[in-house]
Each structure stands twice: as C-alpha cells, then as structure tokens.
Design a protein around this ligand. Structure first.
Ligand SMILES: [Cu+2]
Length: 298
C-alpha cells in the first residue's frame, strides 16, 4: 500500500525558493486516479514526474472545484494543473480533464456514496471468525465501532495500528462491565479471498491475547465480494488491488444503538477519542442488548 506518501514540506519549500517567484506557480500534471475521497475532495493519483515540482509518485491532491471533482472517477487518467502556493506548502489541482476513462470498470475504489451521519446502516450478511453468519442489525441496542483491514497489510501505521488500538479499546472496556455489555467491535476484511474465517480467527487471537472469549465482544468478519463492495460504499471505504497488495483508505465508523451512523474517522484519530465516543454512545443504550431485558430507568 503506497497511497498518500507526502513529500516533506521542507523539500517543497526548497524547490519553491529555487524558483524565486512570488505568488502561485503552476505545473502540468498527468496521472491515473487510484482513489477518490468525497469527504476531503481528494484524489489519490499515481502521477509522472512534474519537472520543477516533484518526482513521480502516488499521493493525494485536493481538487479546487467541487464540480470538477465530481466528474472524475477512480481508474480515470487525468490531465490537470497543479497550483502551488505559499512556498509550496499549499497545493491543489485545477482544470482537471479526463483523458481516458477506460480504467473505470476495473477500478475497485470508484466514486462512493457514503452514508450520511444519521443514516441507517445496511443489513448485509457477514461471516465471522467462527464461520457464523451475522448482520449489523444483531447489535441493535449496542454502540458499535467498526473498521476495515486486511490481515496481510504490511503498513504498520494502517491495519496493524487499527487492530492494535481496537485491542486497547477492547481491553479497557473489559474493565468496565456496564460499557462492555453495551458496546461491540467489528473488524471487517476487504480481502475475503485470503481472509477466510480460520485466517481471521488466527489474526484476531493475536490481538486478544489468545483468548477466544474476546470474540464475544469483537468480531473479525468478511463477506462475499458484492456485499463487501456495498458495505465499503456505504461507509466510504476505498480499496484497490495493486501488485498483490491492497491500497486502501482508513475508515472507522461509530454506529449508534439504533443502528445509525454517528461519526466517521479517516487517518486522523486517537485511541482515547475513539473510546470516549464509543462509551458516550453506549450511554444512550437503554439496557444491555443481551436478552433485551425491558428495564425501566429509576
Ligand atoms: Cu492496511
């Protein structure tokens, strides 16, 4: 996975100073869109050398004009202008033109229609680490923190970080029985061909101190390719197979006890922040969902 590499700003600054210009500078830009993120209006583009600005690489660029952004889809080959301002510390794409859209059909990412906050989550069948089928509606009455990974992910700051930090949340909650009973964690693999239930079980156990009872509060799941695509679209996850790796975005979703989207996080989050938000949602749960006891408050 090699999306979103960032050229050190200092280097951009140095290039800028060498130009010894004031105001903004423009460069011709060509590349293929690997990913599209409507939330940030960013395209992840695998681009060639941009003489005077940066070498060939894959990275994310904001598109200035929303209409311009909307027309582009993952897989498209585009031409555009990169505008660099403030000494190269700010840069964006303008005048994006699609020069070849034949790659759209095979692109995995694609334009996504992510659910809005407050929308009901889809009720698709998932299969967990024990081979059991379940769906998100099974957790009505509980606050759910859900994320996506693939077990072979080699990038420590992505999937291994997500699973490691979910493990921390799982551990913290296990010391707070009330919150524990009103919450659930779900990790979904977007690599179902490789991440079969036994693979997910082994992966999950590594984050549960080898204690399978942890699975009662944290499911490691996957689903068939078409439902996975629906699920990814619903939650705004983008993934793209490339050189036997999967480039992907980071996506964490908080779901309310009523089964509605509460909040999304991309790459910017802290574990205490996730945990606090999950616990806050758990407080709105009427009673532990287990058994659906009708308990009156007061
Ligand atoms: Cu990953």
């Amino acid at each position: 996975m090699n999306v979103k590499q960032l050229l050190p700003l200092a280097l951009l600054g140095a290039i800028w100073m060498a130009g010894c210009q004031s105001g903004s500078k423009q460069y011709e830009f060509q590349g293929q869109v690997l990913d599209k993120n409507p939330a940030t209006q960013e395209l992840t583009v695998k681009h060639g050398d941009i003489p005077g600005f940066m070498p060939a690489m894959t990275m994310a660029y904001t598109v200035k004009d929303p209409n311009n952004f909307q027309n582009v889809k993952a897989g498209d080959v585009i031409a555009a202008k990169v505008v660099a301002a403030k000494g190269g510390t700010e840069y964006w794409l303008e005048n994006v033109r699609i020069t070849d859209e034949s790659g759209r059909k095979t692109a995995k990412g694609g334009s996504v229609h992510r659910l809005d906050v407050g929308d009901q989550v889809p009720d698709l069948a998932l299969i967990n680490q024990d081979g059991k089928t379940f769906s998100l509606s099974d957790f009505k009455g509980k606050a759910v923190l859900l994320t996506f990974i693939y077990t072979r992910c080699p990038v420590p700051t992505f999937c291994p970080r997500l699973s490691g930090q979910f493990a921390k949340i799982q551990d913290d909650l296990s010391h707070a029985p009330d919150d524990f009973s009103k919450t659930h964690l779900i990790t979904i693999s977007f690599d179902p061909k490789y991440d079969t239930p036994p693979v997910l079980r082994k992966y999950g156990l590594a984050y549960l101190d080898n204690n399978p009872t942890g699975f009662s509060h944290w499911d490691f799941a996957s689903t068939n390719a078409s439902d996975l695509k629906k699920l990814a679209d619903a939650f705004g996850l983008e993934y793209f197979e490339e050189d036997n790796q999967i480039s992907h975005t980071m996506d964490i979703v908080l779901i309310s006890p009523e089964g509605k989207v509460v909040k999304y996080w991309g790459t910017k989050w802290t574990t205490p922040e996730l945990e606090a938000a999950l616990r806050q949602q758990a407080k709105s749960a009427p009673a532990p969902a287990q058994g659906r006891a009708q308990r009156k408050a007061g």
